[in-house]
Design a protein around this ligand. Sequence first.
Ligand code: GCO
Ligand code: MG
Length: 433
Amino acid sequence: MSKVTIRDIRTIFTEPDGIRLVIVKIETSEPGLYGVGCATFTQRPTAVKAALDDYLRPFLTGRNVADIEDIWQSSYVSSYWRNGPVLNNAMSGVDQALWDIKGKMAGMPVHDLFGGKAREAAAVYVHAKGADNEEVADSVRSFMAEGHHHIRVQIETPGGFATYGTGGRGSANIETSATNPDEGPRWITERIGERDPDLKYAHPGGVFEPKPYLRSTLSLFEHLRSSLGFDVELLHDVHERIPPILGVWLAKEVEQYQLFFLEDLFPPEDQEYFRMVRGQTSTPIAMGELYNNPAEITPMVKDRLLDFMRVHISQIGGLTPARKLAALCEAFAVRTAWHGPGDTSPVGHAANLALDLSASNFGIQEYSIFGERTREVFPGSPVVHDGYMWPNDKPGLGIDVDEELAAKFPFQERAYGGAWDAPRRADGSVVRP
Ligand code: GCO
Ligand code: MG
């Protein structure tokens, strides 16, 4: 084939099931040959589009689609200041689309370009949640009945406190980002808000207090292990909410429940605390979705302070840096667990899967069940059954976007452009989301 060049780079916005997704489509000089990539930064999607339309599109139009590495390196330094979620997501959309194109040109799935299948399918974990111990146990049982063997468990904190991942108040759960101002503990700023309705503090992300959260989480694990036994693999996401020393304590306390992993015990800013955890417990540690650059997680990997590397592929700039990071992890026996929440589009999940299948140090893949409409907008979305995600073995990423249908689900209006309401401590101070 003669030289194929980038003819156009377009950004597609779509929200089929309540989550704003950003897709990049690269059209080439070859009629009918194009690629798709995920650039979803759901909290700031229009900023990613501006980075693509105003900077990457003019910078890359006319470039040879074959030169993925050079395109990545030159885009990376093209702004001089680099390493942010906006620019990285824009680069990821381009990078994944170029791998998709390369696969189509070769007539091979991307996992074949990466060395071929090291496994037939990727084990996934799904999300169980509930208001109390028995409700979470029921949710785990129904996932097990569907053949799932790795299940993340999150429980609401009694007393109306906010917590992550339950879909309740202040859960920062991307499936249900709307907060509902039901009765719960009140905090000082909420009372001020009643006196001054313009005060932004009056928008409740809920009240989070570490001790009630820790008590209900430990009671959940006790309940699940005594009622379900130890065969099912259980995971949990702390979502960086608790003071570090309580994180150290939690990691020790849950050792007896034999978690598959404990996630985001600390924010990246406090990552030195992992050293303390490592010395005291063998609870497996997962970390990474908040890093912007692989270099930020390298010290953790080389000192073996984590077991599962959970970087968000579009957040670090696409498959090109992700492959290198996976190889670095392999050298230190750290397994991959690429971030796969609802705000990773099915295109991003297909990119995750290409690495899951081909990397020998794959650990687990997070999976958020795609809605019916989302599947229709993205023909070729990876299929999950028996607790595994399966490839369709089509060339490239094996997935497409139905642009006409995507346009039927435009972004919905959101207060403050979709900014998150931070949870707050009882005294009104902000807690990490
Ligand atoms: C996870 C994550 C997500 C994030 C979300 C942010 O482990 O799945 O923590 O739920 O909160 O992707 O937009
Ligand atoms: Mg997480």
